[in-house]
Design a protein around this ligand. Structure first.
Ligand code: PMP
Length: 385
């Protein structure tokens, strides 16, 4: 049977390809150190797990309203208001996995041939989700020399009469870039001048070491054109819970909810109840995660600085390094060699779009021992390259 035209237009995920290969080599008994995973190695804080067990014991196992349970929507809105200055209330929140929020935003607001500006390198699924909506991703390069901060003039130059939306991702996967106030201010004013919607993906908002996280929706008059997406996956080591949200005006929220109610219906009931504890409860464990990530980042940077043929900048957020290599090889070939010869898994920069060629992504959301051993192997590999 012929697969749909829609799906034929979607590239296979470069990050999944590498993790499949890692699994195969591990199954063959190889000792592989993997820096390819985009998730914390920690377990969810125990107070959140306990809240989930309690919710189950209380029989909270039914459908919830498709928008999410009101108490969680209020908790999300309060945090977004207090921490990020977003002028929102519970009515502006839809509880949905972050990735689902992004997918539904594109499906709800893009028509065939509409264009979406995406600073590049970028998280792999923006391109795929835009294409699934029948629309066209327009990559705008960002540069190592600029710390991968998007250039507003280049973004504006890429606008055509078909441009409908701008994607902002701060802190950024894969570069770790945190967009500073002066640049974000320019980006949102360009969106306003050209009447664009903004998809602001802030899933790493709390995984930040220097600088301050800023939300596009907090700038004057921006709330009505911005869909803010975030969630618990990265901050609270809750990737498996599938808990996130979209924040926007009530009209946008009701359109997204139409899609939600006809697809997943609602998020998992007891996961929603436990998420209230994550947001409002004791933050000791999550603060410890961030502290540990910073130590790992600094360690990994020190070790990469000693490797000949690699350059790395110091990202202010997320848990990725995005080193540049000098060897004249495609990044997909380089990571294959690194995996087969040195048994270290990285993600090729090209998986994150054309501007990622010549780089690879290292996730340091893994143990200190693995970072030392893995980068020691990488050092020997690059010395012989
Ligand atoms: N946006 C970015 C930039 C991400 O890195 C991820 C997770 N890899 C997501 C969205 C999706 O998050 P979730 O798994 O919580 O749906």
């Amino acid at each position: 049977h012929m697969v749909s035209q829609r799906l034929q237009n979607v590239p296979a995920s470069g990050t999944v390809a590498i993790s499949n290969k890692v699994s195969r080599l591990k199954a063959e008994g190889q000792d592989i150190i993997s820096f390819s995973m985009g998730e914390p190695d920690f377990t969810t804080p125990t107070n959140v797990i306990d809240a989930c067990k309690e919710s189950l014991d209380n029989g909270f196992t039914h459908y919830t309203p498709s928008l999410g349970i009101p108490e969680l929507r209020r908790a999300v809105a309060e945090a977004a208001h207090n921490d990020n200055n977003i002028p929102c209330r519970g009515a502006n929140v839809l509880i949905t996995p972050a990735k689902q929020a992004i997918f539904m935003t594109f499906l709800a607001y893009l028509d065939p041939d509409d264009e979406v500006l995406i600073p590049n390198p970028a998280w792999v699924s923006y391109e795929a989700c835009v294409r699934l909506a029948g629309a066209v991703p327009v990559f705008v390069p960002t540069y190592f020399e600029d710390g991968f901060v998007p250039d507003p003039a280049m973004m504006e130059a890429a606008i055509t009469p078909k441009t409908k939306m701008m994607v902002i991702n701060t802190p950024c996967n894969p570069t770790g870039c945190v967009i500073p106030d002066n640049v974000l201010r320019e980006l949102v004013s360009i969106a306003e001048a050209h009447n664009l919607l903004i998809l602001s993906d802030e899933i790493y908002e709390k995984v930040i070491y220097e600088g301050k996280h800023l939300s596009a929706a907090a700038y004057p008059d921006m709330f009505d054109r911005t869909i803010t997406v975030s969630g618990l996956s990265k901050t609270y080591a809750m990737t498996g819970w599938r808990m996130g949200w979209a924040i926007a005006n009530e009209d946008i929220i009701s359109n997204l909810n139409k899609l939600q109610s006809h697809s997943i219906s609602c998020c998992v009931s007891f996961a929603q109840q436990a998420s209230i504890e994550a947001i409002k409860g004791d933050q000791t464990q999550r603060n410890a995660f961030t502290k540990e990530f910073k130590q790992r980042r600094d360690l990994a940077i020190d070790l990469i600085d000693e490797i000949k043929g690699l350059d790395v900048n110091v990202p202010q957020g997320a848990f990725y390094l995005f080193p540049r290599y000098t060897a004249d090889i495609k990044s997909s070939k380089l990571v294959t060699m690194l995996l087969e010869e040195a048994h270290v898994a990285m993600t090729p920069g090209s998986a994150f779009g054309p501007a990622g060629e010549g780089f690879f992504r290292m996730s340091y959301a893994t143990g200190e021992e693995q970072i030392r051993e893995g980068l020691d192997r990488a050092k020997k590999f690059f010395a012989n390259l």
